[in-house]
Design a binder for this molecule. Structure first.
Ligand code: HAM
Length: 420
């Protein structure tokens, strides 16, 4: 009986060969600058106590109010699949007392996150982020370094068509002064009940409302940037001057509102031009009250989350990925049993010196095996038959133009290293 096929759940992103190699390459390039700056890996659970997100990320956010995958586990506990990484990192830092050691605590993470959003190109229900968090010190130079880590990663990947927007949400005093005027302004707008309720929890959220009529109404709203306390303003100016010194271009967007409630001070977003509606390739900022909200001491922190799925789409759109960059160096075609033994041992030796080597298995005829070598995208191929075993030499075939050169088996490594 033919059984019905099972498909992946709606809206998940998944990466299978050959595209998975590009995904891996992009992800590793996003991580590399953080590692070079001394950030260390944090590998955390993908599910957490639901309270962690409702308290940490904020009830007024879409992420918490509409998009969480929440369920009761077998012990009756409310569990949520992580929609973001910062709250979990903070929970773990407190739980393992990392904040009692050397500060700042500098960590990176990479993995799957879950939001029950309406799926579309670049927006998935399971997606991948690379993130960093630097926790424990409030120094504008750290803000600049964190932003630079993301910018460097994008540059190393080869992206050009992206821009950086930054703003400051100020300190408590700045936000309180702004809130008085913003709330008074919102009262004049005649908002519907749901919108008014959202505004009550976090009035800044209305800057982020995608509806045109709300955007129009918000055109004259007071901007937090104009309410920054002298300390917050000095802090933001300092961040900007570090970025200027590093040659990082940015624009200040005083209307930026991030989708999570914990942000304070410097906040930023990277936007890619080729991605349509889902153009945010990464974002982050400072979060002064988060650790305390989660039961820890009062320490500041800053970090970012980069959307690996979207950055891969951006890299593809800009044409900076080359399929052959992930292919093997050598494809060995053994003919017969003794040749197979030799092929396995040659491959073993070459792989240990860092070369990528594949073998044609399955005793296919030479023609079929050559086709496989071609398809694999391998740079070189050799055929190992009885005569090659007897002479100890092979014809090294350069796949792109078919050029042949005679090489001793023992010298394959240096021949391949010379050419790669
Ligand atoms: P976020 O802006 O919510 O921030 O997410 C960061 C990035 O994840 C976005 O810029 C986007 O590229 C990607 N992303 C978000 N949702 C989706 C989705 N449904 N499908 C595909 N990609 C998506 C955070 O999550 C914060 N935890 C970042 C942070 C770290 N702030 C401070 N530290």
């Amino acid at each position: 009986m033919k059984r019905e096929q099972i498909s992946a759940p709606k809206g998940v992103s998944e990466y299978v060969p050959p595209r998975s190699a590009s995904f891996e390459w992009v992800r590793d390039h996003l991580i590399a600058p953080a590692k070079a700056a001394g950030y260390q890996l944090m590998e955390l659970p993908v599910f957490e106590d639901t309270n962690l997100f409702s308290r940490g990320v904020g009830e007024s956010t879409d992420v918490v109010s509409k998009e969480m995958y929440t369920f009761e586990d077998r012990g009756g506990r409310s569990i949520t699949l992580r929609p973001e990484g910062t709250a979990g990192v903070m929970r773990s830092v407190i739980e393992h007392s990392l904040d009692r050691g050397q500060l700042p605590v500098k960590v990176f993470y990479s993995g799957a996150f879950f939001r029950a959003e309406r799926p579309q190109a670049g927006r998935y229900r399971q997606f991948y982020q690379v993130g960093v968090e630097s926790i424990g010190l409030d120094d504008p130079a750290i803000d600049a370094e964190v932003i630079t880590l993301a910018d460097t990663a994008f540059k190393n990947i080869g992206l050009k068509k992206y821009r950086l927007e930054i703003t400051s949400l100020g300190d408590g005093q700045s936000r309180a002064a702004h809130k008085v005027d913003l709330v008074a302004f919102l009262k004049t707008l005649n908002l519907d009940e749901a919108t008014a309720a959202r505004a009550q929890i976090n009035p800044l959220r209305l800057f982020d409302d995608k509806r045109e009529e709300i955007q129009a109404k918000m055109a004259g709203a007071p901007l937090l940037m104009d309410y920054l306390s002298p300390e917050s303003k000095a802090n933001f100016d300092q961040v900007r001057s570090y970025l200027d010194a590093l040659g990082i271009t940015y624009s200040v967007n005083p209307r930026m509102v991030r989708g999570l409630d914990y942000y304070t001070g410097t906040t930023f977003e990277f936007i890619h031009e080729d991605l349509g509606a889902q153009s945010g390739i990464g974002g982050g900022g400072r979060y002064d009250g988060l650790m305390e909200t989660l039961g820890g001491q009062s320490l500041s922190g800053i970090g970012f989350g980069l959307g690996v799925d979207r950055i891969l789409l951006a890299a593809e759109a800009e044409g900076v990925l080359f399929a052959n960059q992930f292919a093997s160096d050598l494809f060995i075609i053994p003919l017969g049993q003794p040749a197979k033994v030799e092929a396995l041992s040659i491959a073993q030796t070459l792989r240990q010196s860092g070369l990528r080597v594949e073998i044609a298995f399955g005793d296919r005829a030479l023609k079929g095996a050559m086709k496989a070598a071609d398809k694999s995208g391998s740079a070189y191929a050799i055929v190992l038959g009885d005569s090659e075993l007897a002479s100890g030499a092979v014809e090294l075939k350069r796949m792109k133009d078919g050029e042949l050169s005679s090489v001793k088996i023992g010298e394959l490594e240096s021949a391949l290293s010379r050419t790669s």
